[in-house]
Design a protein around this ligand. Structure first.
Ligand code: MTE
Length: 311
């Protein structure tokens, strides 16, 4: 589970042709067509769908980031502050058994084993842009399911307004958690309507394979219109709460990291601009898009809000 041999890795050209095959067979659901944003748009794969085939037209302008880069260039502070060291240090991290406790202000609290999650929620593929606050980006084919499905099972109680997520705390296995300069465990939060949005994914794999430890196995969040640090890894607890959670990064540096953290090229980080980004594997820089290119789907969540103040 923790290991993947190189022969198992789907080379990108095979991955693409498999995907084109599925597109040709009409297996993409309508959401993929409505989004109309190619590689960056949601591309759920659902065998039950009878949506017409998509042309897959602007795939070529945004190629998938290589598997090697996605699994070899990681931010996961529990293991290392050095992106290139995370994979080696996380190797062998055991992700079974694993439980995810869903509770707080819900009518039906439940603790899932990771195997229950995989059985209960149909896994689909979503190809999303991923934009780190450090101004690099990737395009990643995730496997997972909408967080909304899990929250619906839990039945949010009246008064629940936010969702709080927590990473495993185990300093023996995640050595950086012995370093007291951070306030462990890693915490993240979303407003309930953000959490219920169809783009918000709980990911269990990528490139058609189970996720490796460095990518947040066995289950992590992916919120494609927000900076990557919102996409918390190796989740053990999901709580519905009344008050806005204080995230790991808000606690560490409140002037630099806000609760919303929507990708916004007009609001520079205090130490660098956010107007452009380096797409891993490409030369030069790309312009960063508002909400990371998902404005059509999510901008209405923030209608009337001052996005400079609510950064
Ligand atoms: N989750 C935890 N628990 N710990 C972390 O250090 N880093 C975040 C996010 N989730 C982080 C985390 C940041 S800054 C980024 S950019 C993404 O994970 C990186 O995800 P990736 O390594 O899968 O690309």
């Amino acid at each position: 589970m923790d290991k993947i041999s190189s022969s198992e890795i789907t080379p990108e050209h095979l991955f693409f042709s498999r995907r084109q095959l599925l597109v040709g067979a009409g297996l993409l659901v309508a959401g993929a067509l409505a989004g109309g944003c190619g590689a960056g748009g949601p591309s759920p794969r659902a065998a039950s769908s009878s949506a017409p085939p998509s042309s897959g037209s602007n795939q070529s302008s945004e190629s998938l980031t290589s598997y090697e880069a996605v699994t070899g260039y990681n931010n996961f502070y529990e293991f290392s502050l050095e992106k290139e060291d995370v994979a080696a240090l996380a190797k062998g991290f055991k992700t079974t058994p694993w439980t995810i406790e869903v509770g707080g202000m819900v009518n039906r609290p439940r603790t899932y084993g990771i195997e229950d999650i995989l059985k209960t929620f149909a896994q689909e593929e979503r190809i999303y842009r991923f934009r780190c606050v450090e101004a690099w980006s990737m395009v990643i084919p995730w496997t997972g399911f909408p967080l909304a499905k899990l929250l619906e099972e839990a039945e949010p109680a009246p008064g629940a307004k936010y969702v709080r997520f927590q990473t495993l705390f185990d300093p023996q296995r995640m050595a950086m958690q012995q370093d007291n300069s951070f306030d462990w465990p890693y915490i993240e939060g979303l407003r309930l309507d953000e959490a219920m949005h169809d783009l918000t994914l709980l990911a269990t794999g990528l490139y058609g394979k189970p996720a490796l430890p460095q990518n947040g196995a066995p289950i992590r969040l992916v919120v494609p219109w927000k900076y990557g640090f919102k996409s918390i890894k190796s989740i053990v607890k999901i709580d519905l709460v009344a008050d806005m959670p204080v995230s790991f990064w808000m606690a560490a540096s409140p002037d630099e990291y806000g609760f919303y953290s929507n990708v916004n090229p007009d609001v520079p980080h205090p130490r660098w601009p956010q107007s452009t980004e380096r797409r891993i594997g490409e030369l030069g820089r790309r312009r960063t898009m508002p909400f990371n290119g998902y404005a059509e789907q999510v901008a209405s969540l923030y209608a009337g809000m001052d996005l400079r103040k609510n950064f």
